[in-house]
Design a protein around this ligand. Sequence first.
Ligand code: HAM
Length: 430
Amino acid sequence: MATKYQSLRGTKDILPEDSRTWRYVEGKISDIFARFGYQEIRTPIFEMTELFVRSIGASTDIVNKEMYTFPDKKGRSLTLRPEGTAPVVRAYIQNQLYQKDEVLKLYYKGPFFRYERPQAGRERQFHQFGVEVLGASSPAIDAEIIYLGCFILKSLGLDNAKLLLGSVGCSDCRPAYEKLIVSTLKESTSKLCDDCQKRYKTNPLRMLDCKNEDCKKQLKKIPSFAGSLCDDCKKYLNETEELLKLLEVSYTISPHLVRGLDYYTRTTFEFVYSGLGAQSTVIGGGRYNNLIKEFGGPSVSACGFAGGMERLISVLKNEGKIPSLSDGLDVFIAQIPANTETAGKGDECFKTAFKLLQEIRCFKISADMDYRNGSLKSQFRKANKLKASYVIVIGEDEIKKGIVKLKDMKTGNEENIKLDEATSKLKEKF
Ligand code: HAM
């Protein structure tokens, strides 16, 4: 049957078979975040538009082309969150979290929204897991955050991600680098795409993130940022590298890693997977030392990353790293005769089964039954489909004797047990 309504382009249903994988991956990631001392934060799905314009940057693709922005009933401009850093910074300042802890380690996960052209690994509603460490500037934080990204990928069985590391300097050294970009491309501006021609005038650094092939050819001429860093930024990068080496994290220095958001200062990094096609970045992040102050908060720095769930799961599937995740049921209750029409009308079999079912569930044992009027054979079919470990059979004869039949579905062994001892017997098994 075809439905009249379809999910919107760039959005996907996560069906039960897939949600098992999602739960597995999310569970592993949340455990690792906790192990590294992070606490969860949940921010609203929508915020004031200005929050994103001012943090991500007015000349970025996200703000220019990709935001889901709409007026509310009072005419205020709201936006579905395209990323998590700005909302976390907003919450950090609004709730004065800086008073609770000098260095706060937060993590988040959930849906994000960008109006991009959908393709493999690029959705309009996608899901991120991310961390932000707010309140301190130390290469040890950058190194630990990068190590954490590495740790997550390795724990899920992925060890061939390429880590790209860069630095976008600070407000002291960036202007000189921007001048260098402008002078390097002076003769070739006509070969740049329309967007880059604008960026050339308004935000030259942003050109380095352009995905247009013709632009990429021109951008190769631009020297690496590393050569233009001021002494402090150079030292910071060297110290971060030293710590990464200490932790045996291999990386490649990327000459132009500016990423798609304007708030970065100093460290930028990405974990990329070659098998993913055009959308190869699984995790991306960096340091942002000015954002908290610019938003009216204390003068403290921060660093973080976010990973894409859809891309991560796709890599895990490609690499065969999803273990077989059986969501099997512990106990299935079958009844003879199976007659739900008489349920509640004195059918002893149904009533006994129905009551026992709820009792079993109270002991954290997963249990279910068939609510249709199926034959015993069809009930066993259903038990198999649900991958039940045990089936309890309740029939009129059994009720008269005060017993039920317990079948071990793995071994095929059957035993009669007393009805009033059924739950305690099951408790021993789980
Ligand atoms: P981002 O690189 O824009 O960074 O996004 C992080 C990750 O989200 C990407 O590496 C990718 O895996 C995933 N992602 C982004 N857009 C899409 C999409 N349309 N469809 C599927 N997956 C997508 C940030 O969002 C920063 N807030 C990261 C950060 C945190 N920096 C510092 N702290």
